[in-house]
Write a protein that binds this ligand. Structure first.
Ligand code: SF4
Length: 194
């Protein structure tokens, strides 16, 4: 798990500034739909775990996000098991790691109503443009490069996005970007402190 600098009360603010595109997309969808389908829950849930959310706080997070659509009773019945399972508390007791970029970029294209995957690979151009617009410091030239090579080199696109929006970032923070979504968050957070 990563350094514990994010929690239920600041996740909204930190997501806007430090989340990579895949996780911004999932978080936004979760906020507007009050739900995520199976793969989205796994991709985002394990990312939260990687950010250092303890199990109890993760359960609280999902319960709150789903509250408008899912009663507490239904939540315990249908969703709690999988969340506990991903923390290795049930079933095989395996402790699952956050998904890597490699895995995420190779997921089958999300169907309608699904939001998992990597936007650099899976989003239509219009959606990708919208996501990129939320990275305010992104240089135009880099944006064009990303859009021009749309779908071809998702991980390189992510590195270029980071470099363009965090000029002068120390390589020791950035070397794992494009490998783990959690590395993007950690590097962006460290950058903001330096
Ligand atoms: Fe997320 Fe990795 Fe794609 Fe970046 S390259 S958007 S971190 S899956």
């Amino acid at each position: 798990t990563g350094p514990r600098n994010i929690n239920l009360s600041n996740i909204d603010e930190l997501a806007m500034i430090h989340f990579p595109p895949c996780m911004k997309k999932l978080y936004q969808s979760l906020k507007s739909n009050h739900h995520l389908k199976h793969y989205g829950r796994l991709q985002f849930g394990l990312y939260l775990k990687g950010l250092g959310f303890p199990l109890e706080e993760s359960l609280q997070f999902w319960r709150k996000m789903f509250a408008e659509k899912v009663t507490a009773e239904k939540f315990s019945k249908n969703y709690e098991y999988n969340i506990k399972h991903s923390y290795g508390r049930l079933g095989k007791m395996a402790d699952y790691s956050p998904w890597t970029c490699n895995k995420i970029t190779r997921m089958p294209k999300p169907a309608l109503g699904e939001f998992h995957g990597c936007p650099f690979r899976h989003s239509e151009k219009g959606e990708l443009i919208n996501i990129l617009m939320s990275y305010q410091k992104l240089e135009n030239e880099i944006k064009e490069w990303i859009l021009g090579r749309h779908e071809k080199e998702p991980q390189l696109a992510c590195i270029k996005l980071f470099e363009s929006t965090h000029p002068g970032a120390d390589y020791k923070f950035t070397e794992k970007i494009g490998i783990y979504p959690n590395a993007y968050f950690d590097a962006s957070y460290e950058y903001s402190k330096s």
